[in-house]
Design a binder for this molecule. Structure first.
Ligand SMILES: *[C@@H]1O[C@H](CO)[C@@H](O)[C@H](O)[C@H]1NC(C)=O
Ligand SMILES: *[C@@H]1O[C@H](CO)[C@@H](O)[C@H](O)[C@H]1NC(C)=O
Length: 422
């Protein structure tokens, strides 16, 4: 028997061990997706938020098989239209739409003719599920009509002993394990004793899954599994890659361990800050459900690729006059931090993926004239000027425009803004 045959028999046996499953409430459809249809009608962003509490997004369509699975699921519950998990940003000759799950631009598509078309500032897309146009996609303003929706979460691995089963891992919050507040070393030891590690976090959807887990618990901070190895560099306890960063740009706390904030009633909670490892907090453990083959692990990480990586149009480090700047990232005033910046006007159009909204964290701020910040409806969010302590502004949707003219900025260093989806 040659060794290639041996290998393939081995992987066949091996993949048989890990049975693909969906979290409670989701069904596994033909195209190997975990979907859940919700028939109550919501506007696009509200539907996205509901899906995010489940650790997911609106359902994404990448193949004709996905398209049929979604059409059938919706039609079976008499939903005639459903929101899809994508967002289109500008009119173009190519398809200017991006999948909600951070997997990049939409390539397979089933747009009805004349679509996508971005009316006003709306870039949402819905699918018709009955009649002659069943399965076809149409552009829509996001917020003027409610419709049923389908949430999608990553597939996981069956484990009857696990109540919080997500993306191949079992999540074990310390308060559910009935463990006391602990220092970081004790927390990590307790996670080890439960077969895992303090949790590493690799995507915004995972952040949202964890936020939902702590909702209503009254817990406001928890240790997650990273320690800094040198200044400003953290390493996950479980050895996974530092491929996603949700540290609070305005945090001033010091320490070498990472704390996730869960302050109730804070719309952008879930951010991370440094803390002293000897403080005692609640904590979150994460246990891999079964050892999987290397290929499978790689696939899992591809479900949530690196830090929302959609190419930026990098002009200079300020990103002045970007036509479309995709969060996360940093923009600065032109010439920052020179106190004699060139006199010019700049406009920044900043977007994030469909499920999220734009968070602007001004880490440095000193200008002579106002920096105007607009929401997608042209409403002014803020127009700060002068010298300001660090502050943040949260946009109501996934689109923001910032306008600034540096002609009165002599003697001011300008501003630097970190952009994170929230
Ligand atoms: C896209 O095209 C529509 C219809 O032609 C137009 O009304 C809209 O303003 C365009 N949007 C952008 C962002 O160019
Ligand atoms: C940005 O665009 C404005 C308007 O087109 C232009 O006047 C300005 O010079 C541009 N700024 C830079 C730095 O390119």
């Amino acid at each position: 028997m040659n060794k290639f045959l041996l290998i393939s028999i081995f992987s066949l046996l091996f993949s048989g061990v890990a049975s693909v499953a969906c979290p409670r409430g989701f069904s596994l459809v033909k195209s190997n997706k975990c979907l859940k249809l919700v028939t109550s009608k919501l506007k696009h962003l509200e539907a996205e938020l509901e899906c995010s509490y489940l650790g997911g997004t609106l359902a994404t369509v990448k193949t004709a098989i996905d398209n049929r699975a979604i059409t059938n699921l919706a039609a079976s519950a008499s939903a005639t239209t459903v929101w899809l998990g994508m967002f289109c940003y500008t009119n173009g000759t190519t398809i200017p739409c991006y999948h909600d799950d951070d997997s990049g631009p939409v390539i397979y598509n089933n747009f009805a003719s004349g679509n996508p078309k971005i009316q006003g500032a709306g870039g949402c897309v819905y699918m018709t599920t009955t009649g002659k146009t069943a399965g076809q996609w149409t552009s829509s303003i996001c917020e003027n009509v409610g419709m049923p929706y389908i949430c999608e979460v990553p597939t996981t691995v069956a484990d009857s002993t696990c109540t919080r089963n997500y993306n191949g891992y079992c999540y074990l919050p310390s308060h559910e394990l009935k463990l006391p507040l602990s220092t970081y070393p004790n927390a990590q030891a307790a996670c080890k004793a439960n077969g895992g590690n303090l949790a590493s976090i690799h995507s915004k959807t995972e952040i949202d899954y964890i936020r939902a887990m702590y909702k209503g618990t009254g817990i406001s901070d928890l240790f997650i599994g990273a320690q800094s190895v040198k200044a400003n560099t953290f390493k996950w306890e479980d050895g996974s890659a530092w491929d996603f960063d949700y540290r609070d740009p305005l945090s001033t706390t010091l320490g070498t361990c990472l704390l996730m904030d869960m302050y109730p009633n804070i719309i952008n909670n879930g951010l991370w800050g440094a803390t002293d490892c000897q403080n005692a907090f609640n904590f979150l453990c994460k246990r891999k459900i079964v050892a999987k083959s290397v290929e499978e692990n790689e696939e899992r990480y591809m479900d949530h690729p690196k830090n929302l990586a959609i190419p930026h149009e990098l002009l200079d480090t300020s990103n002045c006059n970007t036509t479309l700047f995709m969060a996360p990232g940093v923009i600065t005033s032109y010439g920052y931090p020179s106190t004699k910046p060139p006199k010019t006007s700049c406009t920044w159009t900043i977007v994030t993926l469909g499920p999220y909204r734009v968070g602007l964290y001004f880490t440095k701020f000193s200008t002579g004239s106002a920096v105007e910040i607009y929401d997608e409806y042209g409403g002014i969010i803020n127009s700060p000027s002068g010298d300001q302590s660090p502050f943040y502004n949260l946009a109501p949707t996934n689109w923001v425009k910032i306008v600034h003219n540096s002609k009165s900025d002599t003697g001011h260093a300008g501003f630097s803004t970190t952009i994170l989806p929230y």
